[in-house]
Write a protein that binds this ligand. Structure first.
Ligand SMILES: Nc1ncnc2c1ncn2[C@@H]1O[C@H](COP(=O)(O)OP(=O)(O)OP(=O)(O)O)[C@@H](O)[C@H]1O
Ligand SMILES: [Mg+2]
Length: 338
């Protein structure tokens, strides 16, 4: 009885019969009859190798078979080495291409950052003039304004303030891309700051019929942080919360002591965010609703910068959300220097 699995070199050599015929060591008829025999054996559940049958039938001797198998193996080995070399060459070529593409991307990214940095600084100078003259006009320095003129200039003032904020965000972003955001921590009245941000956004919330409120039971809460930057972050988070909450919804800012620190949370009952998209939301200039018919404005820089500012404080900006129900953004601040 033959063993079921024949672990001989021949098992590694496909089309051995063809090679033997090509070398003139076997006739075509002999090969056909040996193959037929092999088929019959297989039908009975046996698995003989072709070489074995050829030797048993006396078509070739064992030495010839072994030599033919060895020749074939050597051929395959050479072919394998060649294809390995080709493969290696291909990998090298692809790696070089990828490196080139990466370099190009890095250059483009640098170019983008330089462009943002230059353009935002260039925009700041004319804005200073625009704002200066608006203030002079409102102060009646060029003669008294009638109520319509006054109202028009007020609109201009708000628009110029908005534009200035946008320019400042761009400048902050371009600085943050090349170095870490500089913060100067000091003892600050966190309660007063929280209240100020809420008050500043009340009109915006009222326009959308959203209830905006401060949840803080301790009017004495203080933190050790950069007040201007923290105000900016909370303002951004509230701005988002109002933007992405339908009318009749609710947005609140919760400020509570926790384990010797203070946790600040902005909570909304808005459209929510798919957790699978949390990461991309923090990408610069990235907005989850990327369609050209976006209802909400903005540049997609708010969260990128908010995260960087919170991290510059040695903390983390943590998001949790249930699509369709609402979102929560939290971060911690320390109460005193380490
Ligand atoms: N509270 C939220 N609820 C639902 N989606 C949100 C919320 N906050 C942020 N997002 C999503 O994350 C995206 C990125 O927010 P980010 O604040 O960075 O940009 P933006 O508000 O669109 O623009 P900008 O802040 O520059 O004015 C938003 O476009 C929105 O799709
Ligand atoms: Mg925003």
């Amino acid at each position: 009885m033959r063993p079921n699995i024949n672990l001989t070199p021949e098992i590694l050599v496909p089309r051995l019969g063809d090679a033997l015929v090509e070398e003139g060591l076997l006739t075509g008829d002999q090969l056909l009859s040996a193959l037929e025999m092999q088929k019959q054996f297989r039908i009975k559940g046996d698995t003989p190798l072709l070489g074995q049958i050829l030797v048993e039938q006396g078509y070739i001797d064992r030495v010839t078979l072994d030599r033919a198998v060895t020749n074939q193996l050597l051929k395959y080995q050479t072919a394998l080495q060649q294809s390995n070399q080709t493969l290696e060459l291909r990998v090298q070529e692809r790696t070089a291409e990828l490196e080139k593409a990466y370099q190009k991307l890095s250059e483009l990214n640098k170019l983008k950052n330089n462009f943002i940095s230059n353009i935002s600084h260039e925009l700041r100078t004319p804005m200073t003039h625009v704002k200066g003259y608006i203030d002079l006009l409102l102060a009646d320095d060029f003669g008294a304004l009638n109520p319509d003129q006054h109202q028009a200039i007020e609109v201009l003032k708000r628009a110029s303030e908005r534009l200035s904020r946008l320019i400042d965000d761009l400048i902050l972003f371009s600085t943050a891309e090349t170095s870490t955001i500089q913060i100067s921590k000091a003892d600050m009245d966190l309660y007063a700051l929280a209240k100020e941000v809420i008050d500043r956004n009340l009109a915006l919330a009222a326009q959308k019929n959203i209830r905006l409120w401060l949840d803080c039971a301790q009017p004495t809460l203080r933190a050790y942080a950069d007040a201007d930057r923290v105000k900016w972050v909370i303002n951004q988070l509230i701005d988002n919360a109002i933007k992405y909450t339908q009318s009749d919804g609710e947005v609140f800012l919760r400020v509570i002591p926790s384990n010797g620190n203070i946790t600040i949370s902005v909570i909304d009952t808005g459209i929510g965010i798919d957790p699978a998209r949390f990461e991309e939301m923090f990408e610069p200039f990235h907005q989850l609703d990327g369609s050209s018919t976006r209802k909400q404005g903005g540049t997609g820089l708010g969260l990128t910068l908010a995260k960087k500012i919170v991290e510059a404080h040695g903390s983390h900006l943590v998001v949790s959300s249930i699509p369709g129900k609402g979102s929560k953004f939290d971060f911690m601040l320390q109460t005193r220097p380490n």
